[in-house]
Ligand binder design. Structure first.
Ligand SMILES: Cc1cc2nc3c(=O)[nH]c(=O)nc-3n(C[C@H](O)[C@H](O)[C@H](O)COP(=O)(O)OP(=O)(O)OC[C@H]3O[C@@H](n4cnc5c(N)ncnc54)[C@H](O)[C@@H]3O)c2cc1C
Length: 482
């Protein structure tokens, strides 16, 4: 049986970042991934001559000085992957307005002030509050990276963490349209303004304003592949196509893992980048099963998606990231029955507009995202396909007629591929009062990824991986310096 300093289960961005930091600090790492490719939700795939990202539209943290960029540098593979900046981050299309979400806060503020002059003073104080919170956030993040802790949230962060985003908007604004426009990114967390934590929304908006939004050239797989190459170059071992079946415990401490094929490996540090429910119910099991059930009952899991991937012929005169909102009634978009309704919101990503490597000349990759709030194995894929195309044709007329290749993913596809409970896109629901995971202290077990309690999305999952690595390095008496 082989022994490692750290075993990482799962190669989502959280697993890759933790493995990357630890291996670059000289630890002996084993990373095990059930799929044949790394990345989890960051994988890309090819259909005909088109390259599609399976899930993600765009993310931050890859800019100079960003966490993911720093880890690529630590691993010596920063030149292996290139990124295109998406600016504006998105264009939100409402019935009578098209609003660009600038990746610069000041530009966005000025844009909104020009549309809503009567709310000008309120907009100034609202964005000042975001700026103030950013200072607290930086302190918290520096603490996380230096001592592996993230529990010293400042007063403003605490206040926002206890209120809904809608409450925050109501504190500042009276114009209903403006409040809806400022809620367009609620779809990025899958919760309505009245259900989403104001803190989560503020952090997500700030991440794009401060760091920008990016896509890897050639597809998000390029990022996962570069991290894998870097981890291997530094001596880390990675096994693909092997499913971890059990985390082995002795006297309440993790001591190793067993794979489905019977192979066992030992380590005094286990990082799980796998869905939390699966980690506690299956990989650990026994007396710890109650914990995942409590979390499911008290917090719940974030939305899943129906995703349509279409390679199309012809040019498109649109932005590469679009939110389509047929009304200003934001709360209705998050109701469970939306998937079958014509007035649902959808997201449209046309990554080939900026990145020509993804489609042949004169063609494009169009990826349509629609939230599915309730898991249903009987979801009718053909019907959802027809419906989502109809919804997309509000923005891209004749889309259906121009399709060359097409594929679709349901929540069940996402669950099977990544193991995320019910195909959840962002881990736990980021609701007011949610303070991350608190549960049985199982010695030597660390959670990395969007179930780690630091929020959903690529950057939050990456930070969770950095926190897991930080905790192990602190325990080992090794300086974390990224
Ligand atoms: C449709 C959609 C759109 C999104 N859009 C964005 C976006 O635009 N921007 C953004 O920032 N975020 C977006 N997200 C969210 C983001 O993709 C996730 O929050 C993030 O990628 C999760 O990373 P993770 O580290 O938690 O791991 P995951 O990506 O969940 O990966 C977990 C890994 O563990 C592996 N695994 C599971 N079980 C086992 C086992 N037993 N043994 C071995 N390996 C195992 C899986 O195969 C997988 O590779 C989107 C998500 C979805 C679904």
């Amino acid at each position: 049986m082989q022994d490692y300093d750290v075993i990482v289960i799962g190669s989502g961005i959280g697993g890759l970042i933790s493995a990357g930091i630890l291996v670059s600090r000289g630890l002996k790492i084993l990373l095990i991934e059930k799929n044949v490719n790394p990345g989890g939700y960051l994988v890309s795939f090819q259909r005909g001559d088109f390259v599609f990202d399976a899930a993600v539209d765009c993310f931050s943290g890859v800019e100079n000085g960003g966490l993911i960029n720093n880890v690529l540098k630590l691993l010596g593979v920063d030149s292996q992957v290139h990124f295109v900046r998406v600016d504006p981050v998105r264009v939100s299309i409402f019935p009578d307005m098209k609003v660009a979400v600038d990746s610069n806060m000041d530009a966005y503020k000025k844009r909104l002030m020009s549309y809503f002059p009567l709310e000008g003073a309120a907009l100034v104080t609202f964005f000042k509050l975001l700026e103030d919170m950013y200072i607290e956030l930086q302190t918290a993040i520096n603490m996380l990276l230096s001592i592996g802790e993230f529990n010293k949230a400042g007063a403003l962060m605490m206040r926002l963490g206890n209120m809904s985003y809608l409450q925050l908007l109501n504190d500042f604004f009276t114009d209903a349209k403006l409040k809806s426009i400022l809620s367009d990114r609620c779809t990025f967390v899958g919760l309505s303004p009245s259900k989403a934590s104001a803190l989560t929304m503020a952090i997500m908006m700030l991440s794009y304003f401060k760091f920008g939004a990016y896509r890897p050239v050639g597809g998000s797989q390029k990022l996962a592949d570069a991290l894998v190459e870097g981890i291997r170059n530094k001596g880390g071992r990675i096994i693909f196509g092997s499913t971890v079946q059990k985390i082995l415990l002795k006297y309440g401490k993790c001591v190793g893992i067993r794979c489905e094929n019977g192979d066992e490996y030992t380590s005094k540090n286990i990082i799980s980048n796998v869905d939390f429910v699966y980690t506690f119910n299956n990989l650990i099991g026994g007396e710890y099963e109650y914990f995942a059930k409590d979390m499911l009952n008290n917090v719940g899991v974030s939305t899943s998606y129906f995703i349509l991937y279409a390679g199309i012929k012809g040019d498109i005169e649109q932005h590469s990231s679009i939110g389509s909102f047929p009304s200003y009634r934001m709360e209705t978009y998050f109701r469970p029955d939306r998937i079958y309704q014509e007035d649902a919101t959808i997201g449209i990503t046309i990554a080939s507009i900026e990145d020509k490597t993804r489609a042949p000349a004169g063609s494009h990759t169009v990826v349509l995202h629609e939230m599915v709030q309730v898991y249903d194995e009987t979801l009718d894929k053909a019907h959802c396909t027809k419906m989502i195309l109809k919804k997309a044709e509000r923005i891209l007329p004749h889309l259906t007629n121009n399709i060359v290749v097409m594929d679709a993913a349901t929540p069940e596809t996402l669950l099977k591929f990544t193991g995320n409970y019910h195909g959840s896109a962002f881990g736990w629901k980021q609701i007011p009062g949610f303070r991350g995971i608190k549960g049985p202290e199982i010695k030597n077990l660390y959670i990395a990824g969007h179930w780690g309690g630091m929020g959903g999305g690529v950057l939050a999952a990456a930070y969770s991986g950095a926190r897991a690595a930080g905790e192990i390095l602190t325990k080992e008496g090794i300086q974390i310096d990224i």
